[in-house]
Design a protein around this ligand. Structure first.
Ligand code: GLU
Ligand code: MG
Length: 447
C-alpha cells in the first residue's frame, strides 16, 4: 500500500490516531500514535523511541546492557503495507514498524529487519509462511489464581463452535476486511481453546498478519466482554497454546520443497532445510519458545513438538511434514515447525527458523530417518538410535543452547545476541521470585 493510500483511508474512515507499533523481544506489541494531521510527515520522519525500550523484560524493566540506557534514540518507521484500521475501537488504526537509526539505516536490534535479512539470505528463493495461532477464550480478564474458560467443549466439539462463534466470526471478518486471510477455524483440544489459522503469505507479510491476528483477537474479545489469551499455558494443567510455523521455499512460482518422486513429496532442498532446522534445534527453541511459560507447554504428550525430530504427520515431532492435499500436491508441500508459541517474537522466530534451515541447505545436511512412530510409545534407546535429542526443558536451558550456537548468535548480530539472552535470563529470575500463581497470571494477561 502506498503512503497516499494510507492517508486516503485515514481520511475516509475518520481515523484520529494511527499507532506506529513494533514487537519487542518478548513479543509484546508496543508503540506510539500520531494524530491525523501529522501522519503524512511522521510516515517520512518516523517517531522517536528510546533505545533502551528494546532492552525491556516481561515486567517492563530495562536490562543493563551496554548501549541501552537513558541516552540514545532510534525511530519507529512504519511500513505502509502493514496498515490496518483497528476493528475494536473507533478512529484507531495502526502500522507495523521497522526500528531504524536516525539516518534511516536498519537498527541492529530491530526484529522486523532481522526477518527481512533472513528472507534476503534465501537469495532467489521466496520464503512463504503461515502462522497457526491457538488461544484460550476466558469469561473475563484473569486474576491471580483464577482463570475461567469460556466453554468446556471437547476438541472439534460442535458446542465449542457455538460458544466461540460470535467471537470467531467477528475476528475472521475483521481480519479479512483489512486484507488478512484466515482459513480454518475450530475449537481446539483444551476446554476454552480455539484456533483460527492464517492463510500463507510471503514471510514478512505472514508475520505481520499474525501480529494483527493476535492484536485484533485480544481487542475484539475485550470489546465483547470476554478475554483472549495466547499464553502457551495460561493456567496450570492447560494443554497448551501453540503457534505453529508453516514454511516452504519457492522458485519463480514453483514450490521448491516439492518433488513428486519422493514418498513425502519432499525435494532434496526441503530435506537439507529440515536437517538445518534439526541441527540448530535446541538453540532455535530459545527464540520460538521464548518464555518461562513456554516450557509448561513444550512437553511430551502435548502435541507441541517436544521431540527434536521430523516426521510425516507426526504431531509430536518438532518438524511435522503435513501430508499433501489431494489435487494440490505441489503447492501444499511445506514443513510445520510445532515447537513455537505466541511468547516468541514472530519476526525473530521465523527469521531464525529460516536461517537454521538455510544453514542445512548450505552444508547439504541430511535429516536422517523420519520419525514415523509416536515417540511416546518407543524406548529411549530407540529414540537415541533415531537421533532424537531431548529439547530444552526450561527457558534457561534453551538460552544456554542459544549462546552455544555460533551460527544463530552470529546471524542475530552484535546487539540482539547480547540483548536477547540478557532479557530472557532476567525473565527467568523474575518469574522465580514472583512464584507460580503470578507467573501464570502475568503470561495469561500479557499475551
Ligand atoms: N495445542 C498443541 C500445541 O500446543 C497443538 C495441537 C495441534 O494443533 O496439533 O502445539
Ligand atoms: Mg492446533
Amino acid at each position: 500500500m502506498s503512503r497516499d493510500r494510507v492517508l486516503e483511508r485515514v481520511a475516509a474512515e475518520d481515523v484520529e490516531f494511527t499507532r506506529f507499533l513494533w514487537v519487542d523481544h518478548n513479543s509484546v506489541l508496543r508503540g506510539k500514535a500520531v494524530t491525523a494531521p501529522f501522519l503524512a510527515d511522521r510516515m517520512e520522519s518516523g517517531i522517536g523511541l528510546a533505545r533502551s525500550r528494546q532492552a525491556a523484560n516481561v515486567l517492563d524493566v530495562s536490562q543493563p546492557v551496554p548501549g541501552f540506557n537513558a541516552v540514545g534514540e532510534v525511530r519507529l518507521l512504519p511500513d505502509p503495507d502493514s496498515f490496518v484500521v483497528l476493528p475494536h475501537l473507533p478512529a484507531a488504526a495502526g502500522m507495523l514498524c521497522d526500528l531504524v537509526e536516525l539516518d534511516g539505516t536498519p537498527w541492529d536490534a530491530c526484529p522486523r529487519s532481522f526477518l527481512r535479512g533472513a528472507v534476503e539470505a534465501a537469495g532467489e528463493l521466496d520464503v512463504v509462511a503461515a502462522f497457526e495461532p491457538e488461544f484460550a477464550l476466558c469469561k473475563d480478564k484473569p486474576v491471580p489464581g483464577d482463570l475461567t474458560l469460556l466453554d468446556d467443549s471437547l476438541c472439534f466439539d460442535n458446542t465449542g463452535f457455538d460458544a466461540g462463534n460470535e467471537f470467531a466470526v467477528e475476528l475472521s471478518r475483521s481480519l479479512r476486511a483489512q486484507g488478512i486471510d484466515t482459513e480454518i477455524y475450530h475449537p481446539e483440544f483444551g476446554a476454552g481453546q480455539h484456533e483460527l489459522t492464517l492463510r500463507h503469505a510471503p514471510a514478512l507479510r505472514a508475520a505481520d498478519n499474525y501480529v494483527w491476528h493476535r492484536a485484533m483477537a485480544r481487542g475484539l474479545a475485550a470489546k465483547q466482554g470476554i478475554w483472549a489469551t495466547f499464553a502457551p499455558s495460561p493456567k496450570p494443567g492447560f494443554r497448551g497454546n501453540g503457534n505453529h510455523l508453516h514454511l516452504s521455499l519457492w522458485r519463480g512460482g514453483t514450490n521448491a520443497f516439492h518433488d513428486a518422486a519422493d514418498p513425502f513429496g519432499l525435494s532434496v532442498l526441503a530435506r537439507h532445510f529440515i536437517a538445518g532446522v534439526l541441527a540448530h534445534m535446541p538453540a532455535l527453541v530459545a527464540l520460538t519458545c521464548a518464555s518461562v511459560n513456554s516450557y509448561q507447554r513444550l512437553q511430551p504428550g502435548h502435541w507441541s513438538g517436544a521431540y527434536a525430530g521430523w516426521g510425516p504427520d507426526n504431531r509430536e515431532a518438532a518438524v511435522r511434514i503435513p501430508s499433501m492435499l489431494r489435487g494440490r500436491e505441489s503447492e501444499s508441500v511445506n514443513i510445520e515447525f510445532k515447537a513455537s508459541d505466541s511468547t516468541a517474537n514472530p519476526y525473530l522466530a521465523l527469521g531464525a527458523l529460516i536461517h537454521a534451515g538455510l544453514d542445512g541447505v548450505r552444508r547439504e545436511l541430511d535429516p536422517g530417518a523420519p520419525l514415523t512412530e509416536d515417540p511416546n510409545t518407543v524406548s529411549e534407546k530407540r529414540l537415541r538410535e533415531l537421533g532424537i535429542e531431548p529439547l530444552p526443558r526450561s527457558l534457561e536451558e534453551a538460552v544456554d543452547a542459544l549462546e552455544r550456537d555460533e551460527h544463530l548468535m552470529s546471524v542475530l548480530g552484535p546487539a540482539r545476541s547480547v540483548l536477547y539472552p540478557a532479557i530472557k535470563r532476567s525473565d527467568v529470575r523474575d518469574m522465580k521470585e514472583l512464584g507460580t500463581e503470578l507467573e501464570y497470571f502475568t503470561y495469561a494477561t500479557r499475551y
